[in-house]
Design a protein around this ligand. Structure first.
Ligand code: SAH
Length: 456
């Protein structure tokens, strides 16, 4: 019998944490999720949502605190939907991530005998992001520019974000002042009217180059010369200012069309010894310091000697491809976004790399075609989006029988699902290295070494 009531307070012991970082406990044998509570704590909670199988409670008081708890560093921690693990010491965040990976690999992947290394963290885990996307909306004080509140489209106006680069926050305040001074209209999701939707920044951490993208519901920005002047005269190294046209009423931030209003259409940054052109629509890892750690691991697990044909699938702008090219005979990169493939080809030229070739299309479509033509890989690297690899692709790889597969994943559950499938078909997972690309959030990236069973 369910005795739990909405809007009532309860005390609850937190016995675990979800993959998103919420505390989980049971009241009268009924599951309750409490954001901000930590395993081992006893807390007072107010039930704010009650479903048939679970309840959601708001954290009111910590009755018995965990030694893992620390004071969050951000003033808007409770309202912003961003860094929801800030109340954990950084070392504890890393342990949480390692456990999360282990739990998925065992429960979904049914793999018991694999070495999962402790998550590699950062020494300085603030200001690590090179890309910011600030939604813009009407607010009490004129306009709000900042972040969406947890699970909503309410925009929290906030001048500083501690995980963003400092220059991104400066861009945000310059653009905000420009909007107010020139009375630029703000897009309203409900009426679908108004011009400005988002401000996006990309910053090259090594080169210092800055890109500013204004996402607009229209074709032009009034007084744009004023904006260009203000950005350029206040900040060093603004290399690219772009209007991105998005007139669709959807949650997708960027439209497909860009208009360069100042400078070039890309900025350049380096990872390791390589330089990369980055354009507004292409994927580029958001934490450049940890990216180098991640790619180095991928290269180690690929175990290349210089004679191999390698596939780099879901290759983005060819970052991993170029890393692999140093030690391979030839690397084929496959990517679905045309702009990214364009950047990838430019990046190979920029770095004078000749043993790479890029193909545009879904990996699940391109690889079966390539395989049918008789091109086969000795080593395959996959780095899919959150939904993981398509089964058609995995089937083709199983037929192709590469010696090794390196799986780079941003989602432990789809990773575990795909590893299970590979393990059922002649492959063995050798080791898993989680890397913390997103400190203070519950996200974790993994690099996985996989080999064909008779082929270590
Ligand atoms: N390896 C790259 C990119 C990883 S992100 C890096 O480290 O930078 C995943 C990439 O997969 C994105 O660039 C996305 O555009 C691409 N992608 C998504 N679905 C795809 C598919 N079905 N086939 C090929 N690429 C795809």
């Amino acid at each position: 019998m369910l005795t739990l009531k909405k809007n009532e307070k309860y005390s609850v012991e937190i016995t675990g944490m979800t993959h998103e970082g919420q505390g989980v406990g049971r009241i009268n044998n009924f599951t309750v999720f409490v954001e901000g509570a930590i395993t081992g704590e006893k807390v007072e909670t107010l039930i704010i949502k009650l479903n048939k199988t679970y309840a959601v409670g708001k954290l009111l008081n910590i009755i018995e605190s965990s030694p893992s708890r620390r004071k969050p560093f951000c003033e808007v921690y409770k309202r912003c939907g961003g860094c929801n693990l800030q109340h954990l010491h950084y070392e504890e965040q890393l342990k949480f991530k390692t456990n999360l990976v282990e739990e998925n690999i065992k429960r979904i992947g049914k793999i018991q005998d694999v070495h999962i290394h402790p998550t590699i963290g950062m020494d300085n885990h603030l200001n690590y992001r090179n890309k910011a996307q600030y939604p813009v909306g009407s607010g009490d004080s004129g306009i709000n520019v900042g972040f969406y509140a947890t699970r909503s489209h309410n925009i929290i106006d906030h001048p500083v974000c501690h995980i963003q680069s400092e220059v991104s926050d400066k861009v945000k305040s310059i653009v905000k002042k420009f909007i107010l001074d020139h009375k630029i209209s703000i897009y309203d999701e409900k009426s679908e009217k108004g011009l400005l939707r988002h401000i996006m920044t990309r910053v090259g951490f090594k080169t210092g180059e800055v890109m500013v993208v204004l996402v607009i519901n229209g074709s032009d920005l009034p007084h744009k010369d004023q904006l260009i002047y203000r950005l350029q005269s206040t900040l060093e190294n603004v290399k690219s200012i772009i209007l991105n046209i998005n007139t669709q009423n959807s949650n997708v931030i960027l439209g497909s069309k860009n208009k360069v209003i100042y400078g070039s259409e890309t900025i350049i940054d380096t990872i390791g010894q390589f330089k990369f052109h980055i354009s507004p629509l292409s994927f580029f890892q958001v934490n450049p310091l940890q990216t180098q750690v991640l790619y180095q691991k991928a290269l180690d697990y690929a175990g290349l000697t210089g004679n191999e044909i390698v596939f780099d699938l879901y290759c983005g702008i060819g970052t991993i491809t170029l890393f692999l090219s140093q030690k391979a005979k030839k690397v084929y990169g496959v990517e679905i976004v045309e702009d990214a493939v364009h950047d990838a080809r430019k990046n190979a030229q920029l770095n004078h790399i000749e043993n790479v070739e890029f193909m545009t299309g879904g990996a699940e479509k391109v690889i079966p075609e390539v395989y049918a033509k008789g091109i086969m890989a000795d080593v395959v690297v996959v780095d899919p989006p959150r939904k993981g690899c398509d089964e058609v692709l995995l089937k083709t790889l199983i037929q192709m029988q590469p010696h090794r597969i390196v799986y780079v994943s941003c989602n432990p559950s789809t990773l575990a699902r795909d590893l299970k499938y590979l393990e059922e078909n002649d492959f063995k997972t050798s080791e898993i290295q989680p890397v913390d690309m997103f400190p203070h959030t519950a996200h974790v990236e993994c690099v996985v070494g996989i080999h064909r069973k008779n082929c270590l």
